[in-house]
Design a protein around this ligand. Structure first.
Ligand code: ADP
Ligand code: MG
Length: 331
């Protein structure tokens, strides 16, 4: 090869090398929340466009606010066919219903509606209304054969507790298929990351304080994981001086009051992390710990109690740093 050709070739390589060292960022509003995505790779821009299109597609399947969504159609007619993605969410949700003793129950929808969390007018329901509506909540009464879902009269489903985690997992696949070498996305605070930055460094994910205070509960340094947090601070309203938030305990119909103020789940599986963050928030520390001990290789967690005690499961040691004191939960 002639020398000048070599020079041009190296020049081009350097140029493309430079390009993929600069991250591409995309922001969007979907699934009722703000999302930001950052990716490295020479086709990162195209990859993020495809990821955004995928997010909007999934949103249209599961939005309870859109009449034409697959979930709304099922809720309206009591029965309907499901797409493969909805089928996957259904399988996961039903298995988590079993594993969490009903703490995660996608048939919570009529109760969410009663509290007004699905619309604008939020209110504390009367005991009678709550009792009647709660009688419909029971995921074990859903009939699902892998293709069609059939609900009982008065039942409704809502994938709000698992949809964003499923979506972040799906986004990682889309980005990887498009040659992205490193990415960090946040779907309304639900984070998932893959690969590394061009210099080989890992991602740093700060865990928000539930009181909105400065700084973080702690910072995780990691990759190829979803880091998903549930707390009562994200969506709530006040009535007569009391605060009511959007994670409902299916055994009472009231906002979960388990003694935890924040639950973060770390897992390779986004949808699992999301479902478990909601469920563990309902279950409280002791039951969440019991659940973790049954399958410590599938997920880890960071728990904060009302008393301000911070706990992490043992495998997170080494990737978690915090200014606060914390205790380690062992297997
Ligand atoms: P966020 O969506 O705010 O990140 P979560 O993942 O914890 O938080 O999901 C909360 C949503 O899950 C609620 O808005 C509601 O749609 C739904 N939900 C609330 N309580 C339950 C429950 N016990 N089981 C299943 N879904 C729930
Ligand atoms: Mg969740």
């Amino acid at each position: 090869m002639k020398k000048w050709k070599l020079i041009i070739l190296t020049g081009i390589l350097l140029l493309t090398g430079c390009q993929s060292k600069t991250p591409v960022t995309k922001e969007l509003f979907a699934m009722d929340t703000y999302m930001t995505m950052t990716a490295y790779g020479k086709d990162a821009e195209k990859a993020l466009d495809q990821a955004a299109a995928e997010i909007r597609r999934l949103d249209q399947l599961w939005s309870v606010g859109q009449e034409k969504s697959e979930v709304s159609q099922i809720n309206q007619s009591g029965s309907g066919p499901v797409s493969p993605e909805t089928g996957e969410l259904m399988d996961l949700s039903l298995s988590l219903y079993e594993a969490t003793d009903g703490a995660l129950d996608i048939t919570i929808y009529p109760v969410m509606d009663l509290w007004g969390f699905t619309g604008k007018d939020r209110k504390v329901p009367s005991d009678e209304e709550l009792e009647q509506t709660l009688a419909k909540v029971d995921a074990s009464r859903i009939r699902y054969d892998g293709q069609t879902v059939t609900l009982e009269e008065g039942q409704g489903i809502d994938f709000g507790a698992v949809a964003k985690g499923y979506t972040s997992g799906r986004v990682m696949e889309v980005l990887a298929e498009n040659g992205v070498t490193g990415a960090l996305i946040s779907l309304g605070g639900n984070v998932q990351c893959m690969g590394t930055k061009p210099d080989g460094s890992l991602w740093r994910v700060g865990i928000q304080k539930p009181d909105g205070g400065e700084g973080y509960l702690g910072v995780l340094t990691l990759t190829d994981k979803a880091v998903i947090t549930s707390g009562g601070y994200e969506r709530y309203f006040e009535e007569n001086g009391k605060t009511y938030h959007h994670i409902i305990d299916p055994s009472t119909g009231f906002p979960a009051d388990s003694g935890l103020t924040s639950v973060t789940i770390v897992s390779e599986e986004g949808a699992l992390a999301d479902g478990l963050s909601t469920a563990c928030f309902v279950m409280g520390k002791d039951k969440a710990y019991e659940l973790w001990k049954k399958s410590p290789d599938r997920f880890d967690m960071i728990l904060l109690t009302e008393e301000g005690e911070l706990y992490i499961t043992a495998p997170l040691q080494g990737m978690f740093t915090s200014d606060m004191e914390f205790s380690v939960l062992e297997e």
